[in-house]
Design a binder for this molecule. Sequence first.
Ligand SMILES: C[S@@+](CC[C@H](N)C(=O)[O-])C[C@H]1O[C@@H](n2cnc3c(N)ncnc32)[C@H](O)[C@@H]1O
Length: 278
Amino acid sequence: MAITNTPKKYFCISVPFKNEIEEEDLIAKFLNFSPLGFKSFEKTLWIYFPYEEDIKEKVFNLLKQEGIKFSFEFFFHQNWNENWKKFFKITKICEGLYVLPPWKKTKRPGLKIYINPALAFGTGTHESTQIAMKLIYKYLLPNQTFLDVGTGSGILSILAKKIGAQVVACDIDESIKENFYENLILNGLKKEDIKLFIGSAKDIEEKFDFVVCNIELQHMFPILKYLVKRTKKYLILSGLLKGELSKVFNEIEKYSKFKILEKISKNNWEGCILEIQK
Ligand SMILES: C[S@@+](CC[C@H](N)C(=O)[O-])C[C@H]1O[C@@H](n2cnc3c(N)ncnc32)[C@H](O)[C@@H]1O
């Protein structure tokens, strides 16, 4: 969500969360109370509201009802937009690859992907996104065709485009569009540089040199067959928790032979790149 006009007084609650699902649940719970914006950093979510008694009461009632532990802060408006920006840092994905908010600058040489973290659909610093980015950066070549299934903020597609690939992106959630196109523009790309469609791997016929999917297991599992169908050569899978890769491999075996080129794990998350052998 973009941060909108700031009133003179506002308050903020901060709530710890364990994973993306919990984070999304929290955001959904508070959306009804007209928050000004969200900020998420190192497994804590900050939610900002205008300081109005009835909003405060509703927010506090909900926190109490649901037994949510939280901290509370009250502010007067003082360059608020600038203050919250300080929390977002440059993320080094690997040597030569960085994700940064558009107001940060770095002289470090390499590929820089600009993502606006004040918007929904991820800041690009989640472990599963980092795993997918590392593998794309290492294996993708210019001019290869690339399909990004579950594109969200568009971060993986933007990386692929900057490497020089011909990119198609898709997502089942139509509301990603605004964020997706804004991130393209932030990266000096034009809307038409990446073809976006609302749907999934089963909704196209084309095959791609590279297919990438960073989606949690329960959503990825039913589309594995189509991910394999769409892949000419390389399939990158991320968004999986430790121990889940074997389930995925067992399912893929039903549709194709494959070779595991590399597996990467970070904290609790795992991803891999497979060479599909048809
Ligand atoms: C974890 S986010 C990944 C966003 C981004 N690709 C990244 O790497 O940070 C997963 C995205 O997949 C989308 N999604 C979930 N199930 C899907 C499906 N079956 N087909 C296409 N997109 C899907 C969601 O709407 C969401 O935007």
